[in-house]
Design a protein around this ligand. Sequence first.
Ligand code: BGC
Length: 717
Amino acid sequence: MSERIADLVSRMTAAEKLGQLQIIFRPNHDDAAALVRRGIGSMFWPPSATATNALQREAVENTRLGIPLLIGLDVIHGQRTIAPVPLAQAASFDPAMVEELAALAAREARSGGVNWTFSPMVDVSRDPRWGRVVEGFGEDVLLNAALGAAMVRGYQGDDLAAATSIAATAKHFVAYGQPEGGRDYNTVDVSDHRLRNVHLEPFRAVVAAGAASVMASFNTVAGVPVHADRRLLTGILKDEWGFDGVVVGDADGVANLVPHRVATDLDDAVALAYGAGIDIEMGGTPESIGWGAERLDSARLDDAVRRVLSLKERLGLFETPYVDPDAEITEPSSESRALVRAAAARSAVLLRNDGTLPLGAPRRMLLTGPYATSTDHLGAWTQYFGARSVSIADELAAQHPEIVVTVLPGVGFVEDDADDIGGVIAAVPGHDVVVVCVGEPSSFSGEAASRSDLRLPGRQAELIRAVAAAGVPVVVVMANGRPLVVADWIDQAPAVLEVWHGGTEAPAAIVDLLFGVAEPAGRLPMSFPRAVGQIPIHYDHENTGRPATTRGSLRLTTTDVAVEGPANVAEKFTSKYLDLDLGPQFPFGHGSGYATFAYGEPRLSASVIGVDGSVELTVEVTNTSTRTGDEVVQVFLEDLVASVAPPVRRLVAFARRTLAPGETSTFSFAIGPAQLGFRLTDGTLAVEPGNVVLHVGPTLAATRPVPLRVTPPPLPH
Ligand code: BGC
């Protein structure tokens, strides 16, 4: 603790300390100033540089100790320039891009006085019914860890005090991504094995990357609401991992301990939460200052205050509480637009392609579907600005005036009397290509936006089927914030581009992708299920004692991974659904591009290593096409025998690189304890001796194996 903080803490009254442990939601400016004068230590953004400075002035000049404010805001995928939603960013498999986008968001936000964001979300999400999957990086542990850490680096830079940095918050700690039934805020009951190996791992990574704060989640874990869980907040996060930043509660998460029925009243809730390890309560009311205060242990109170003041110090707020209003960034620049346009293209996933994409030089195009004219591309978390982008139709007209485009949406996002599929079909003749722009509007995903039916809403699937039967090449462009069930039309649509909610420049990126000005190379960060009944579904499932395989009449699709079970198990008694093919529609990691690539044999620098050892895995990849394009190489681990049933495959490394036509590039990956090991329930990393196989390739369905033997440590003499 710095001398300044020690001195402040020693001079603070109990009320002043408690004021520092609160963040209050956007009240109007007059209320805000009064609250600050009363000692509230953190506020939601007012929102402008001038308004922020006015609040900071109240804190610095009109409170006894003059402590500046943390100014928080959910800057999730951009402030003024909106980047693709986090789930889309995850599809890029590109940590450098994620870092750059976060740095852009930080620059824009800090220029307006925001110094604290509630991002990244690293909740491993295996249930697409849960609307918040849009806010995170999908179903894979490594992808969440790597991209979460990249986002933290982007927000925080090298120095939190820089005028371009903001403090990051890893959320929602923990296991929020596995709510029962996919219903937001619902119960989570997870084993310590999965907690350690799945849900906690990304948090460990972002804490190691220096995340300044962590947000507690709304859910229970094994019966205990996280806001009251001392084992998780203090035991694991603070004590075991040494996290010395700020633990912030989620909005009213402390007050919610009452309806959770673990606290009798707000007093009780506050005492429980701070006692468990919450340092800042979010969403409290002015009256709550002092709640439960008399029940708080004074050492815990001082610890929480020290954490909050230290963050303010690291942000340089004691020296520079104000920002320059003339330097506030209030709109996207041409550079920031170019960055998010490229990012939107890098986040797109080519789900299928029969060669219709990229489009050549069509003379007449029919643009249909609700996303043809919709300007709802920004996604679930945009704060005050730029609520709309342009539409695909307008962008197409601007970029390609030479094409005669007929725009006929045909259907809306919900079924409506105005739907006119017949009108669209009647218009098809005379067009060279039909582009059907479908999806979910952004309000269908995000917080408190769970769905039980994951098919395209309204009559969009019907529109696709009708157009696909009309005898003209068809391309489907799908914009959405979660994996969807597409089984009712996908086989009839041979060219499908998943573009998610791509942000400010999404329509421009979509047009770039359609014409091959940009190359799709993203990969799915979450499985697309065949049916809602399969959920939760994820590629890194365990094999079970009775895996369903190719034997018998069951259709094994190339999208499932399972290891053959014992030959004496009759097919009838294997793990499957009677009424559904095996595996998801599209698995995690699925996606292709316009360029084509060939893989050499993967090689290891050694075929036998000790449990502490490492090897280098290399594979040569050649661009066999005439286009410059990106390839994403994925490395999966298969542990053949372990003391705990291992996942059938687990992503342990990945890399994305651009290759010119004919170019060969050697990808190399370090494989050591971090890749080979798993967590025991006490948190230790265990690397067990035995045989593993590394599977290397562009997608789960097209990998090449390379075996590795891990030997036990030598016996002591
Ligand atoms: C969400 C958080 C968010 C907070 C503040 C809550 O409802 O769960 O993710 O950071 O609101 O807006």
